[in-house]
Design a protein around this ligand. Structure first.
Ligand code: FES
Length: 81
């Protein structure tokens, strides 16, 4: 599974760093380093909405406050164990 976080300027101002750090922490806490490939990309063209994130081919708009909920509701259920 691949999670990609937008590294463009607009998203950066909305908290890319915190979103990426939270994802990194949650991946480590859940011992999912082998399952989840966390990466960055340039502007995805959704600059107005929030911190743009894709999970495989699905697009999400996150903020530092919603990242943990996103991980629990969208990421964890998809992980094959
Ligand atoms: S800067 Fe993130 S979508 Fe444009």
């Amino acid at each position: 599974m691949r999670i990609t976080v937008c590294l463009g300027d607009s998203c950066h101002l909305k908290g890319t760093r915190q979103v990426a750090q939270t994802l990194q922490r949650l991946i480590a806490e859940n011992d999912l380093k082998d399952e989840i490939d966390l990466g960055g990309t340039f502007c995805m063209g959704h600059c107005k909405t929030g911190v743009s994130v894709t999970l495989d081919d699905n697009y999400y708009s996150l903020s530092p406050e919603t990242t943990e909920a996103f991980f629990r509701t969208e990421v964890l259920p998809r992980v094959k164990r």
